[in-house]
Unconditional design. Structure first.
Length: 271
């Protein structure tokens, strides 16, 4: 039978750190199936990591999810393990990184601070808790160690929370915001296509919308594919990777063209 699943997300990039952590995981849980979700999260960007982790969760089977975007490594921030209502276990820093993903799986069923040093590597550095603390604990949990053995229980309300702006239907339009900007410069917006339908009716190819950014308005069509508009032209679309709404420019960066940044308000109105 297949071994336990451990998914792994970090901002470690292409250096050796992800491989070292995988080595730790396999040394403790040799039968683990390790799924590398992403190691190119923007450096120190807890919010980006939280977005990517949360959007991936509905497509993964129940497992142990190791996430390390940890600019506060070595400080007083807590290392934690959290059980989601679906049964998944999350291991990482208590800086908001895990919370959106746990909510995507039904919310927190149990939370504990990592304090049982017998589950860590023998020597714990001040700057690489991904290797010395989080990876070993994730591997032990995947091997069947009960969650209550990792350390004392925490009140879920004490954990650092992180929430993304939500879309609001208001005065005949949709008030939303930029949640994430991918490597192509596409902006992932809050809300679902159904929210846009609520203000303008069915989403049909070529339907035009007034998009207001920084007080300036542009007219952007709705299309199912980037190729629905000529190269260099903008479009609104349904983001296939993670769900929700997207603003893109065909074969160019919408973020650069429109000066987009995280949390920037965007209003969309039917024309």
């Amino acid at each position: 039978m297949a071994g336990p699943l451990i998914s792994f997300l970090s901002d470690f990039g292409g250096e050796s750190a992800p491989a070292v952590c995988r080595g730790v995981l396999w040394s403790i849980c040799p039968e683990a199936r390790i799924l590398d979700l992403n190691h190119n999260v923007r450096k120190y960007a807890v919010r980006d990591g939280a977005f990517l982790l949360s959007r991936a969760m509905p497509y993964l089977p129940v497992g142990v999810h190791l996430a390390v975007v940890d600019p506060g490594v070595g400080t007083r921030r807590r290392p934690v393990a959290v059980r989601a209502a679906r049964g998944d276990l999350f291991v990482g820093p208590d800086n908001g990184l895990l919370q959106p993903a746990v909510r995507a799986l039904g919310g927190i069923a149990e939370a504990r601070e990592l304090m049982e040093r017998n589950l860590f590597l023998p020597e714990v550095s001040s700057t690489f808790h991904g290797r010395d603390v989080f990876a070993p604990v994730a591997a032990h949990l995947a091997s069947g160690v009960p969650l209550e053995q990792v350390g004392p229980a925490l009140d879920p309300a004490e954990l650092v929370d992180l929430r993304f702006p939500e879309a609001i239907v208001s005065d005949g339009g949709l008030d939303t915001a930029v949640l994430y900007i991918d490597s192509f410069g596409n902006a992932r917006l809050g809300g679902q296509p159904t929210d846009l339908e609520a203000v303008g009716g069915p989403l049909v190819e070529g339907r035009r919308y007034r998009v207001v950014i920084r007080g300036a308005a542009i007219v952007v069509p709705w299309h199912a594919t980037f190729g629905g508009v000529p190269p260099g032209d903008p479009l609104l679309y349904e983001d296939a990777d993670y769900g929700g709404l997207g603003l893109a420019t065909n074969q160019a960066s919408a973020a650069e063209r429109f000066g987009l940044d995280l949390d920037m308000p965007v209003r969309i109105e039917p024309v």
